[in-house]
Design a protein around this ligand. Sequence first.
Ligand code: GDP
Ligand code: MG
Length: 738
Amino acid sequence: MNGHFAAVGSTPTEGQYENGIQVIDEDKEFNSQINAYLQATDVADAGFNYHLISVFGSQSTGKSTLLNNLFGTAFNVMSETERRQTTKGIWMSKNKRGSMADNILVMDVEGTDGRERGEDQDFERKSALFALATSEVLIVNIWEHQVGLYQGANMGLLKTVFEVNLQLFLKDKDSTPRSLLFFVIRDHIGTTPLSNLRNTLVQDLTKLWTTISKPQGLEGSRIEDYFDFAFAALPHKILQPDKFVSECANLGKRFVAGSRNSKAQLEHGEQELGGGVFLPEYHRRIPADGFSAYAEGVWDQIVNNKDLDLPTQQELLAQFRCDEIAREVLIGFDSAITPLEDKQAEAVRAGKPVVLPDLGTIGGTTRQKCVRSFETQASRYHKAVYTLKRTDLESKVDQRLKALYHGQLSAAHKSGVTTFSDAVSGAVKAGQKSGAAYEFADIVAAEKTKTLETFKKETEALAIEGVEWTNFQPQYVLFEKELDEVSARLRKDEMRRLATRIERWVKSRLGDAVGLEFNKLGSGRGGSGAPETGEKPASEKDLWDRVWEVFTSVVKEAETRFVDRAKSFEASESEVEIGLWRLRRKSWVALREKIDEEVMEGNILLKLRENFEDKFRYDDAGVPRIWRPADDIEGIYTRARESTLTLIPLLSRFRLAATYAAPDLPEFIGHQPAGVEPEDEEDLTPIGGVDEEDGKSLEEEMTILGEGKRQDLVVRFKKTADGVYVEAKRSAIGGVAQ
Ligand code: GDP
Ligand code: MG
């Protein structure tokens, strides 16, 4: 865009424009205040509902006087006594008379007669170009006595107008604008009727047209292809002042909208006498709010002797004005949207994303207002440019809204997930507290429905009809997916809690039951020190069978509990399978820990001692022995000791009596199910023979006491037994001594 298009200025009052406004001054400078004038005169907002008229004619032929009388304007006129040029450059004023078309702008163009501006044909040509590029009607002001003077100054001017017109509209073949040449014949005496004068003028004009050089391709063009003609005559202003005024008033009535009445008129290039002069086809289609920018652009080209190409000018104007209008409408957009953006940004900075209330309504209406307002003003300009700029504006606006809306949805997403997860955990906790059986799956389903509904409402509130990107279905799907992930996580937590509870239960059951089995070792006769009840002596040999039996039955029961509960979470088969696998492993580890506790040095030594003492101190009938010197203390001692010593190798390995081999632990635990995630394995202790890569065999896993410990235990036990023996021996001797 050339920089000559001035921005919209302030709005002064009409008062300061008493004489209208000078559009172009004597130095050929364009006045940048034209738009201010159009605003002051309420033309700027008229869209296409305005008209432009220019007046042409020789110097001092009463042009300004005519305009002032016709339109109530106050252009400077030459005083009767001074007789020198008054109108300099081009002036413009708005019509001040009523009962004419709306918003008529009149341009008073400095006349030339080669006297006062010297041989300045240049300005004549330039002003003609400028007038043709802007005006619908060109008033040609001539004296009656000039009519028929083919060589007169007027003909020179008209020739210029015709040539310039061809040059101007050469590039605009699609929409060659027509103009009306309105001849106003002054000082009409009345003896020659207007119709005769008209004929003479038409003949002269046609003749003139043939003499002008036409550009290539337009050689055959006719004057009527570009111009319509209208004619009027006025009496002498000084000699017939009253008639002059009344005829001016009559003439003024023709400055209303008109329409072409017949084809014939078009062909003859002549308006019906008395019809309205403003035909729609004369209009240059420059919106009033763009007129000053357009005129300035046009003048800039003209004054710099550049090729004036109106379609290009219109495109440039459209770009300039569309940008300007876009900036204006964006101010309104900013004032509504920026505070929301700030609020959102602040919330994000504070780490607490916020769901802005009514964002959808505000965003939607603001966008609509902005685009509509742009459309109203900018659509009057060059269509292709407008369409492009509209897309620009929409994408600018949408970019802002998009960021805002995505922020909103991200906040809604976050808060939705938190609400959901809190609600589910809360309901689970309440369920646990109340002790009532709660269905985890039902809680999840209910909360999910609620949370999804809220999110959906938000996406629907943000949707703008006909705006593709405001369809937030993908975000909704994503949100739902995340809720599912959260519930999967919560369910997993819940499963973990369940698993922990059941593991604890297993531990406690194993603790009791296995403890009991080991306690039986303490009684060499199996009756827990109450042989008189006749209870069968515990078979030491099948200790491990009983432990295994207890173990498997406890685990089986735990598995049943686990499966029952897991059902209420709607846990998947795979999750259940993994849970059970973990449970079996953990149970085995718990059993191993319990066994290790039982065989800890102090504990096992005590058991062996009890076992030995039972065998040594009680007879076969379970009666405590009173040692007498004659008793075979040594024999009994040796037998009891050897019997108890056999327990040590038995205890050293977990072996079943029937097979004399380790139980099939790998078979019991089973293969690792598919879908075990690393975190499922994190807390698992490796088990020999089950976890092959661990490098520990089943044999090792089943080794309860290593070789060293075993020997150590034998030595310690023997010492303990020896102590008991010595004591017995002493008591036997002591008994005799008493
Ligand atoms: P312009 O230079 O064409 O704008 O002419 P002006 O409107 O300034 O008028 C020039 C002179 O012509 C003034 O002295 C007017 O009084 C005079 N004048 C205005 N109207 C008429 C008219 O209808 N007939 C005659 N004979 N003189 C006129
Ligand atoms: Mg004048």
